[in-house]
Design a protein around this ligand. Structure first.
Ligand code: UDP
Length: 585
């Protein structure tokens, strides 16, 4: 493995484990530990020692070549006492004090293992509603959202990372307006992302300009009506102000869930890429697309389909094994995971693949290629899942599923996703070939850093390589790109590379949404042709000067193009922002 400085630091701090002799394992030893545990599962299915060894080598190679990385909990959990390997969970919140606090306890146990949790608060009776046992009144979903947030704050994650949460409320819940406003003060509820669960009925009311009904989940009674436009406008305005709430199209998520014959999805995990049923979980892993271009940076550049196909199949096998190697935090979760056998094969380094292919992120060609690449990975995942089903059996809930109806006997209810890959993309990056998270464009080409009073330039590995190779690299030019936050319009950068090196702020929100849609796939596709059968984690970036109307247009386009959800962020709209470009750094 050829790791960047930052990857080494992160691994050292949080991923490498102490060995029996008290010394820390090396990155290679970490990969060996993970490959050994995950390949060990093969023995349960009758593989000989020699066969297990061969699979272990293959798994090790996937990671050592930086072709594929499993999600963080697999690195930190494999071969340890906790042994929890998944990143994504959804827990139900029932409408009683006992259920509310039981689930809060369960979330704490999951956070301890490095997993993130999502919840729908939609089943809770609204604020002010009757509570029979105490003759009092209910305090409502938003108050319990605050309680969950405080619990997360108190616990934090078992030394690995902070507990991340997603809170969802259906748009037809009587407390929806309070929920939409609940994060207007950006110092509040900081351990949660929040999203509104948008129904088809709401979208129809919005299109027709009518009211829609609010329903008390306790008894199904209609408690009142609201104008769909009023609610939508408030939602969009808050998203413009602070980036929250996001939306998820909850009925669409359920319609397109291949396993919707046995489960109802109410929520997603914290970053939105996994719509999951109650007690649902998913282990993720992502392919580094930057490694799959032949003749990069030339007119003959092409995707290495053959090797991509092999890696996608081996990665699918890896993730299916993770389900059996996993030690689940709750019996209900273990049982569900073994019944649906969800896995989440995703990608990262998409921006770097595009640069090698000579395509600008904001081009029709790039959008078409995104759809083609993800559809291909899905096809390979389905092939491997079918082969596994042949050898090990279909997943127990398969009968009656959309897979069954399509005549495809598979081992996994869902297979593909696009995760943020916030940490594992660092592990996949090399000094000369970076790896941007998921399908995000590059954030910047040149960062400036203050180091002991001196201004240092951090130049994107691909940008530096090309500039040096073609002879237009200079400190002054890099400084100029750093100041502008983009190569576009910088005279010293050849026109072609100005286009190809698009950064997230060069790209209009519409292109961001179109790219997300290319990976998600449109409504109505057959189950094996949906490129992503879970969902896509993506941030639609806006410049600071964008209007509320601009955000509204993106939300509308998201609905039109078949997205399962959307999250926006307007530059500078939150007090703390991890990455900034230009003179703000
Ligand atoms: N996640 C979390 N806490 C974090 C980061 C991630 O709980 O600090 C969970 C969350 O469910 C998220 C998922 O892990 O959606 C995947 O995130 P990412 O791909 O960034 O994780 P990585 O494997 O790169 O660490």
């Amino acid at each position: 493995m050829e790791l960047t400085h930052i990857a080494k630091t992160v691994m050292e701090k949080r991923y490498l484990r102490l060995k029996e002799d008290g010394s820390k394992e090396t990155p290679e030893e970490m990969l060996r530990r993970v490959a050994g545990v995950i390949a060990g599962v093969e023995a349960q299915y009758g593989a000989s020692k020699k066969e297990v060894r061969a699979i272990e080598e293959a798994f090790y190679g996937l990671m050592d070549r930086q072709d594929f990385m499993p999600n963080s909990p697999t690195f930190t959990g494999a071969g340890t006492a906790l042994g929890q390997l998944s990143a994504c969970f959804v827990l139900p919140v029932g409408d009683s004090l006992v259920e509310i606090y039981e689930t809060m306890k369960h979330a704490a146990l999951i956070h301890q293992t490095g997993g993130g949790t999502g919840f729908a608060f939609s089943r809770l009776r609204p604020a002010g509603d009757k509570v029979r046992s105490s003759q009092g009144v209910a305090s409502g979903p938003v108050s319990f959202l605050r309680v969950y947030n405080a619990s997360t704050e108190a616990i934090k994650q078992g030394g690995t990372r902070r507990g991340a949460n997603m809170g969802i409320l259906r748009v037809d819940h009587p407390d929806i307006l309070d929920f939409i406003e609940s994060k207007a003060d950006t110092t509040q509820i900081t351990n949660f992302n929040i999203s509104v669960g948008i129904t088809d009925a709401f979208m129809a009311a919005l299109e027709q300009g009518t009211d829609y009904e609010l329903i008390n989940p306790r008894n199904g009674e209609v408690t009142g009506k609201l104008s769909a436009k009023l609610v939508w406008d408030k939602l969009v305005e808050n998203a413009w102000k602070t980036g929250e709430p996001g939306v998820i199209f909850i009925d669409r998520m359920n319609r397109r869930n291949p396993n919707n014959h046995v489960e109802v999805i109410e929520a997603t995990n914290p970053c939105g890429e996994q719509p999951l049923p109650p007690y649902g979980s998913c282990n993720l892993g992502s392919i580094n697309l930057a490694n799959f271009v032949k003749n990069p940076y030339t007119a003959q550049a092409e995707v290495d389909w053959e090797r991509l196909g092999q890696v996608a199949r081996m990665a699918t096998r890896f993730l299916d094994n993770v389900i059996d190697a996993n030690k689940y935090p709750l019996p209900q979760i273990a049982e569900k995971a073994r019944r649906d056998r969800r896995i989440g094969l995703g990608i990262m380094g998409w921006a770097e693949m595009l640069v090698q292919m000579g395509l600008a992120y904001d081009s029709d060609e790039a959008v078409a290629l995104g759809n083609q690449v993800m559809t291909f990975i899905k096809q390979k995942a389905v092939e491997e899942s079918m082969a596994l089903a042949e050898a090990r059996g279909a997943y127990p809930e398969w009968e009656g599923s959309q897979w069954h109806k399509a005549g495809l006997k598979v081992r996994n209810a869902t297979m593909t996703t696009v995760a943020p890959t916030g940490t594992i993309s660092l592990f996949a990056a090399r000094p000369d070939l970076p790896c941007s998270g998921g399908i995000e464009p590059k954030f910047a080409l040149v960062f400036t850093r203050n180091q002991a009073g001196a201004v240092m330039l951090d130049v994107d590995g691909q940008f530096a390589t090309i500039a040096k190779r073609e002879g237009w690299y200079s400190e002054e030019l890099m400084q100029q790109v750093a100041e502008r936050g983009t190569a576009r319009g910088v005279a010293g950068v050849p026109e072609r590379w100005q286009q190809v090196f698009a950064t997230s702020h060069d790209i209009s929100p519409e292109w961001h949404v179109r790219m997300q849609a290319a990976f998600q796939g449109a409504d109505g596709l057959p189950v094996d042709r949906q490129p992503v059968d879970a969902a896509v984690s993506k941030t639609i970036n806006f410049p600071h000067h964008a209007s509320v109307e601009d955000v509204a247009k993106s939300y509308a386009l998201a609905w039109q193009l078949g997205l399962k959800g959307i999250t926006v962020y307007r530059d500078g709209s939150r007090a703390s922002q991890v990455l900034t470009t230009g003179d703000k750094t």
